[in-house]
Design a binder for this molecule. Structure first.
Ligand code: ZN
Length: 166
């Protein structure tokens, strides 16, 4: 069997683009860590342009909903002047929780790309899979494991430092 060379090159391009965008999400996660927040970062991309950015900030903002994905969705919607983020991709370093998965669906995000899995609160397959629920009417394509090691390492390092400080 031979692989279709055109199909193959598109996949490689997509993979490289996904890694590049995840790298941007990782820098936002790093900024969150410096601010003492659990390091998670997210960006929204439309037609190759970053239109939304967000870092996790519930402690600083006294806001339990201040997850990176919510911040990135709000930023993107403001920039587009539309609460529906049609044809957009969301990149996040950690698997979204139930709240964020719901928000991603409400925003009509076409494609979700996440790095590390979250066995404690992940709602895209780890604890529950709200993205695979056929009764929910919007379906977002989900890709996981992009720069998963880097995305997971920044979290383990953060919690390690936290334990050392105690
Ligand atoms: Zn969340």
């Amino acid at each position: 069997m031979t692989e279709d060379p055109i199909e193959y090159s598109i996949n490689i391009d997509q993979q490289l683009a996904d890694e590049r965008y995840m790298q941007l999400a990782l820098t936002l996660a790093q900024e969150a860590a410096l601010a003492g927040e659990v390091p998670v970062g997210a960006i929204v991309v439309k037609d190759g342009v970053v239109i939304g950015r967000g870092g996790n900030s519930p402690i600083d903002t006294h806001d339990p909903t201040a997850h990176a994905e919510i911040a990135a969705l709000r930023d993107a919607a403001k920039n587009l002047g539309n609460y529906r983020l049609v044809d957009c991709s969301l990149y996040v370093t950690l698997e979204p929780c139930a709240m964020c998965t719901g928000a991603i669906q409400h925003a009509r995000i076409a494609r979700l790309v996440y790095g590390a899995s979250d066995p404690k609160t992940g709602a895209c397959g780890s604890v529950v899979n709200l993205m695979a629920e056929p009764k929910l009417n919007h379906h977002t394509e989900v890709f996981s494991g992009v720069l998963a090691n880097e995305c997971g390492a920044i979290l383990s390092e953060f919690f390690k430092q936290k334990r050392l400080k105690k």
